[in-house]
Design a protein around this ligand. Structure first.
Ligand SMILES: *Cc1c(COP(=O)(O)O)cnc(C)c1O
Length: 486
């Protein structure tokens, strides 16, 4: 299974292309270019045949786990199937060759897609206005918090802090800090949800916002959300919604109706655009009426049957992204929504919840379920009971690779010891879910009977356990032929 570097393949003098003879006069490069511009040694380029190139890159493309090849139950990430039709339509020439400076009247179709996508998202979330500019969820958080800051400053009071539960995604406190706020963490209650008394204790006139994910990162629905919203608003603070878990709610309940003032969407999670490997993503931010004047420019508006980029917004926080955001991701989300329709989106969420409940229910006897309530679209188990055999959650995750599954999210949320966070999504068949459950049960048995097998896993992948920190901190990006290093 090991794949050499392309530099290590081939033979000196071997070529992948043959260029036809021409009748042009042959020139020596030394005669045309200044000596200073010439390299002293030949570049060490690979010398390979066409089929060597094809096989090399085809094999490389198959070394990783991906949604197209493997079940990928990465909690909090909604790794659902990405419909090919969306990919195909987004790459139509009319879209892919657009220039962002083309005049409005020549790009009415593109503006219409953005305008309508915004309308759909407002309808799904229960909001009044939206920006599509942010590049991802975390960027949406920052944008949303800047809107909140602009809102408070406009009212003449700056406010200094944002309250966040300890189960929050790490981007939440980071975004608060970036937006100039102090992130104040509150401990979750025994039930894994917001502790109302602790929240009440922290809420004051300095509170700019309360930042919540619903369902939360344990996959639990915050049942007291209406009371939380009322408390938050009673001190003049706003309620920020981290919409990463919207796959549990579509067509069933709307964050805007629960009392959220701002919500970011992750189009690359809920709305089936591909993600991972660094993007591109898209994190639109929807708001209630009071926050609309502060939205980034330009806002796409409809006037006299035409679409316009509206820059005339004196209270706007400005731009958060060059041009208008990641347009290709918007097209894919737009197509997905149009394809599913209102009824389809509701079924997406119902099936996402059903799949998660099925998997968690089958596994909770063998793996602990620390917050033992039926989860929404994802659930968080704990591998802590296997510690007595010297097996950690990391070992369980690595062993899953041998069984052909991408591991779930592990060690998040932080409030669950040895967390295993499973999000199966609605696009998987029952057979796949059953196979995953079977593998998880087998691994639990192995943990007791042969812990070494887990500790040395994975056994079947091209590379085994990597020093992930070293790989990130000291990457070797250059191959030196003479030293034979790679
Ligand atoms: C994914 C996620 C984010 C961040 O979104 P990105 O698009 O990855 O920037 C924030 N909060 C939660 C709960 C998430 O799952």
């Amino acid at each position: 299974m090991s794949e050499k570097l392309i530099f290590e393949l081939g033979k000196s003098g071997r070529k992948g292309v043959s260029i036809p003879e021409d009748e042009l006069k042959e020139l020596k490069v030394e005669e045309i270019l200044d000596k200073r511009l010439l390299r002293e040694e030949d570049p060490s380029l690979p010398e390979v045949s066409e089929i060597e190139v094809i096989r090399h890159y085809t094999r490389l493309s198959q070394l990783n786990f991906c949604v197209d090849t493997h079940f990928y139950p990465l909690g909090s990430c909604t790794m659902k199937y990405n419909p090919r039709i969306a990919e195909k339509l987004a790459s139509l020439k009319g879209f892919s060759t657009l220039h962002p400076y083309e005049p409005e009247e020549l790009v009415q179709g593109a503006l219409k897609i953005m305008f309508e996508l915004g309308k759909f998202l407002c309808e799904i979330g229960g909001f009044d206005a939206i920006t599509l500019q942010p590049s991802a969820g975390a960027h949406g958080e920052l944008t949303g918090l800047l809107l909140i800051r602009a809102y408070h400053e406009h009212k003449g009071k700056k406010r200094t802090k944002v309250i966040i539960p300890d189960s929050a995604h790490g981007t939440n406190p980071a975004s608060c800090t970036l937006a100039g706020y102090r992130a104040v963490e509150i401990k979750s209650g025994k039930d894994g949800c917001i502790d109302i008394d602790r929240l009440r204790g922290e809420l004051d006139e300095e509170t700019a916002a309360v930042m919540i994910t619903n369902p939360n990162t344990l996959g639990l629905f915050e049942e007291k959300i209406a009371e939380i919203a009322e408390l938050t608003h009673s001190v003049g603070a706003l309620l920020y919604g981290d919409g990463a878990n919207l796959n549990a709610l579509m067509g069933i309940s709307r964050p805007g109706d629960m009392g959220f003032d701002v919500l970011h969407f992750n189009l690359h999670k809920t709305f089936a655009a591909p993600h991972g490997g660094g993007g591109p993503g898209s994190g639109p931010v929807a708001v209630k009426k009071e926050l609309e004047p502060f939205l980034p420019v330009p806002v796409i508006v409809e006037r006299d049957g035409k679409y316009h980029l509206d820059y005339d917004r004196p209270l706007s926080i400005g731009k958060v992204k060059t041009f208008y955001g990641n347009f290709s991701v918007m097209i894919k989300a737009y197509i997905y929504i149009r394809m599913m329709g209102a009824e389809g989106l509701k079924r997406v969420s119902e099936n996402a919840v059903l799949s998660a409940r099925y998997v968690i229910n089958k596994l909770k006897e063998v793996y602990d379920l620390p917050y033992d309530k039926p989860p929404m679209h994802e659930g968080v188990l704990s591998g802590k009971k296997f510690k007595e055999y010297g097996v950690k959650t990391l070992d369980i995750a690595k062993r899953l690779l041998d069984y052909g599954f991408h591991p779930p999210t592990i060690y998040f949320p932080l409030i669950v010891e040895e967390a295993i966070m499973i999000e199966p999504t609605e696009t998987e068949t029952k057979e796949t879910l059953d196979a995953f459950i079977e593998a998880m049960l087998k691994i639990a048995k192995e943990a007791k009977e042969n812990p070494q097998l887990l500790k040395e896993a994975p056994h079947t992948t091209p590379v085994r356990r990597l020093d992930e920190v070293k790989a990130a901190k000291e990457p070797i990006l250059r191959w030196k032929k003479d030293k034979g290093e790679s």
